[in-house]
Design a protein around this ligand. Structure first.
Ligand code: SAM
Length: 273
């Protein structure tokens, strides 16, 4: 089916609405991409004009829910088990296990967990060290659909592409072509829906010893990413660590966090421990 026409003006107001809701940034060269995705949702909802659809999203009582569903359809959930695993193992080994052994119950938040492979990888590492039950693990995403899959323990074979030997059989099994993680790991994670650009939602989670916010800031413009990093910083205990993706750096924002290297992994630390 051909897409509905999207003028530069309609692109501008629709992309601003999406950015305001979820932080996702669409540059003018992304107009066709956005047009295709928005058109199919608009047509499903019975609209034959994207301007009318915009007014519906913006002003209709049902518009807010429809905007959430539209945003959900735009999100990229690419993730896999043991992705960028080194920082996770350093966190488990050097920070979390010692805290548990010292009698504390550290809190960790995986802030854009997609379908769950990242917090489940950390859960496997903690379980291997015998400290999983000593750590409070919260994982969240904006996408309701991704979270449903995470909670159901539903993954796909592509998510196993970096699995080290010994994990399959111990923590994960493939049934009918689908990897399934041991239920005790899924149950060890408190799954929540949190929008990172909503500072009040972030603040409501309390404070954490470590926050993982990996491979999501890349979808935001610098100004939005800085606001998110500031609210994540407030959600860290003094001395707490923020971990971003290996291709991401916070240095260009002039963040209040200090960056330290630990065994080849970069940790951003809130001062004042
Ligand atoms: C590419 S995945 C990264 C998953 C995982 N952190 C990793 O590194 O493998 C990006 C995730 O960020 C989520 N996301 C995008 N914007 C968000 C927002 N405003 N609040 C919360 N999550 C968001 C998407 O739904 C998606 O699941």
């Amino acid at each position: 089916m051909a897409s509905l026409p999207m003028s530069p003006q309609v692109f501008s107001i629709l992309s601003a609405l999406i950015e305001q809701r979820a932080g996702l940034h669409y540059a003018p060269e992304d107009r066709e991409l956005l047009q295709d995705k928005v058109s199919s949702r608009a047509e499903e909802a019975g609209f034959d004009s994207l301007l009318d659809y915009y007014y519906y999203l913006r002003y209709d009582p049902a518009g807010s829910e429809a905007l959430d569903a539209l945003v959900d359809s735009l999100l990229v959930h690419e993730t896999y088990f043991f992705r960028e695993a080194l920082p996770l193992s350093v966190l488990a080994e050097d920070v979390l296990a010692p805290a548990v052994h010292a009698g504390r119950r550290p809190r960790v938040w995986c802030a854009a967990c997609s379908t769950g492979e990242e917090p489940l990888t950390l859960a496997m590492m903690l379980a291997d060290r015998g400290v999983l039950s000593g750590v409070e693990l919260v994982a969240s995403d904006l996408s309701t659909r991704a979270l449903e899959r995470a909670r159901a323990g539903e993954h796909n074979l592509r998510s196993m592409r970096a699995l080290p030997p010994g994990v399959e059989g111990r923590w994960l099994e493939v049934h009918d072509g689908r990897p399934r993680v041991k239920q005790e790991l899924v149950d060890a994670v408190d799954w929540r829906r949190v929008n990172l650009v909503d500072a009040a939602m972030v603040a409501a989670l309390g404070t954490f010893d470590a926050i993982l916010c990996r491979n999501v800031l890349i979808y935001f413009q610098d100004e939005t990413a800085l606001r998110v990093v500031e609210s994540l910083t407030r959600a860290l205990v003094p001395g707490g660590n923020l971990l971003v993706g290996t291709s991401e750096s916070l240095m260009r924002f002039g963040t209040a966090l200090s960056c330290e290297e630990r065994r080849g992994a970069f940790f951003y630390t809130r001062e004042g421990a």
